[in-house]
Design a protein around this ligand. Structure first.
Ligand SMILES: NC(=O)c1ccc[n+]([C@@H]2O[C@H](COP(=O)([O-])OP(=O)(O)OC[C@H]3O[C@@H](n4cnc5c(N)ncnc54)[C@H](O)[C@@H]3O)[C@@H](O)[C@H]2O)c1
Length: 353
């Protein structure tokens, strides 16, 4: 453990200081921590060379990595070029559910183990999704906007036609029942909703949650549909005009998953026609949303700027979980979440001393 050389590449959410303190707590003062701070979220993440959702540039990362055996980051661009120029590197810990900013194939070829943190912000996203649903169903954001934007007391929210729907007794359909979907299900169940879930890859549902094998069957009966599936080739564009058309008139759609799972033009059409009563969105087809985008002009939307996963607890916990993974690696113990375990069968992990 003593002398382990680590690059802590933080940003303005997962602070470099949080990473440094967590590494010191885990490895002791003997570890040598070099620091780099990436520009996210002051600059949105973007594709860098062949990797996605990255922040900062390859050359500065290569410079900062000089001599490092371990790197800990949320968004640094670990591309083929970076692995080719960091010969001592043996471990990259990415504080995200999926390490999409790492070229996994290149990491494996260069004998670098890549670890990630599945479900790292699942509680934050679940609580936020639940809140976004309440805000969408009960005029919470619209009421605030009416009052704050001029102080006019808006009586129309008390008219029957504008009044919202309760979650208690509503049928809620979850598309995707992973770390987030499962937690969202618990929150809806607790307030008396009937919860359905569609996820072809999950067998164990919690008590009270009803499995629905065909997506169309779930959509046809859900007054609230909440999206929690991973973006894959199969889920890209999964919710389009036909799927929205299956939802009962007056229902609500919430998306905190990824923009590409939903056809936003079809969503705006359904809001304009009144088929959907409202929608709550945290993720978009393009981020940041360009000025003048149709979503910014469509009524009955509650919009938040991709913040569901951002709580201070997430940043602090992520720093500690990353440091714990580095500690396991440095002591030669088994890693908790390695995305390319084939590397560990080589000689890259130090012996227990
Ligand atoms: N808005 C935010 O800030 C934020 C933060 C974190 C995660 N997310 C997104 O939230 C979503 C859920 O995250 P998670 O941590 O629960 O991921 P997860 O991998 O634990 O769960 C995703 C689930 O999607 C399911 N799935 C895959 N293909 C499907 C299909 N065709 N139909 C239905 N389900 C399918 C998987 O089986 C899995 O259970 C992801 O899209 C993730 O990118 C958003």
């Amino acid at each position: 453990v003593t002398g382990t050389r680590v690059l802590a590449a933080g940003d303005h959410f997962l602070l470099t200081t949080l990473l440094r303190e967590a590494l010191r707590d885990e490895l002791g003062d003997g570890c040598r921590v070099r620091e780099l701070t990436l520009p996210w979220p002051a600059e949105p993440y973007r594709p860098v060379s062949e990797v996605d959702e990255a922040s900062g540039d390859e050359n500065r990362l290569i410079e900062a990595l000089a001599g490092a055996e371990v790197a800990v980051t949320q968004f640094a661009p670990f591309t083929r070029k970076v692995f080719g120029r960091a010969p001592r590197l043996r471990l990259v810990v990415v504080s995200r559910g999926g390490p999409v900013n790492v070229n996994l194939e290149a990491a494996t070829e260069h004998d670098v183990a890549v670890c990630h943190l599945p479900g790292r912000n699942a509680d934050a996203v679940a609580e936020f999704s639940f809140g976004l649903t309440v805000a969408t169903c009960r005029n919470l954001a619209a009421g605030h906007a009416s009052l704050a934007g001029g102080g006019r007391w808006p009586g129309h929210f008390n008219q029957y036609g504008h009044a919202g729907m309760e979650l208690s007794g509503a049928t809620v359909g979850l598309v995707g029942y992973g770390a987030v979907g499962r937690r969202v299900g618990r929150l809806f169940t607790a307030c008396g909703a009937r919860v359905l879930a569609h996820d072809p890859y999950v067998a164990d549902l919690e008590p009270g949650v009803i499995r629905v094998d065909a997506l169309a069957d779930l959509l046809a009966v859900s007054r609230i549909v909440s999206l929690h599936q991973r973006l894959t080739e199969r889920t890209r564009g999964q919710i389009g005009a036909a799927e929205i058309g299956l939802m009962p008139a007056g229902s609500v759609l919430v998306n905190t998953a990824r923009g590409a799972v939903l056809d936003y033009d079809a969503l705006c059409d359904a809001l304009d026609s009144g088929h959907l009563a409202g929608a709550g969105l945290d993720v978009y087809p393009v981020e940041p949303l360009p000025a003048g985008h149709r979503l910014l002009r469509t009524r009955n939307l509650v919009l938040t700027p991709h913040v569901a996963g951002c709580s201070r607890d997430v940043a602090r916990r992520a720093a500690r979980r990353c440091a714990a993974e580095v500690g396991r690696w440095a002591r030669g113990g088994p890693l908790a979440n390695c995305a390319n375990p084939a590397v560990l069968e080589g000689t890259s992990v130090p012996e227990v001393s």
